[in-house]
Design a protein around this ligand. Sequence first.
Ligand SMILES: Nc1ncnc2c1ncn2[C@@H]1O[C@H](COP(=O)(O)OP(=O)(O)OP(=O)(O)O)[C@@H](O)[C@H]1O
Ligand SMILES: [Mg+2]
Length: 249
Amino acid sequence: MKTLVTANQKGGVGKTATVFGLATDFRERNLRVVVIDVDSQGNVSFTFDANKSGVLASSLFASNKPTFELVDDFTVIEADEALTELDQMTLQKASDAFRASLKRIEEMKYDVCLIDTAPSLGVGMVSVLLSADYVISPIELEVFSIKGIEKMLTTISHIREVNPKLQFLGMLPNKVDSRNPRHERHFEELRQAYSDLLIPHCIGLRSSVSEALASGIPVWDNPKTSARVAAQEIRDLAAYIYQKMELAA
Ligand SMILES: Nc1ncnc2c1ncn2[C@@H]1O[C@H](COP(=O)(O)OP(=O)(O)OP(=O)(O)O)[C@@H](O)[C@H]1O
Ligand SMILES: [Mg+2]
């Protein structure tokens, strides 16, 4: 099983939208997919309401002898209120338990585990990164998002010292408005500063992405013509990540 985390301590940049897009694409590739919502806001749990497993995300941090069961080919470990208390745990305890929980999921023959995190560099995010295989950081082409990414990159490089198998797949520019000169300028600045840390894909600022998150219906099943470009962008991103994660059987 391969594990991918979306992480950025900046809020509203597209972590949940990215998990949703990848999860819906990977499901259609007939992979067995688990989504874990490690954000007490519960956004991805809301979007995938029909696929909840009954297992609560906070329980994955609670014991290093987990006994939960998952059955469906596509299933969601939902966010719960107790996730707000993770920061009161020691990192050691939380990350040991989370590692054991991932091992348990792997034993249930899932192919891929996608983890949505909260906008904070707390115990939850760090624990998850300590046992993950891949991380991707969605960003917006706005000043505060770009300023904040440095901190995220530092965190990832520190975590890689402890979890060397963690691969940073890169920053994903999201909500990109090609007609906005500020976005163009910021994209150019990012490209110059971090050319090798940028994913060679972007997701535009498109209302169909928000509609998909609100309805749980993939962008490509939205009949509006305006959803087509978003669908193609997300399909292209998913194909790229699928290949990077070596998910082909
Ligand atoms: N490409 C896009 N185009 C238009 N709207 C988008 C796009 N991506 C995300 N959004 C919208 O922007 C908001 C924030 O996106 P999302 O919830 O994915 O960010 P997040 O990083 O998970 O936020 P948080 O840090 O609060 O968890 C949501 O309302 C979402 O519908
Ligand atoms: Mg989110």
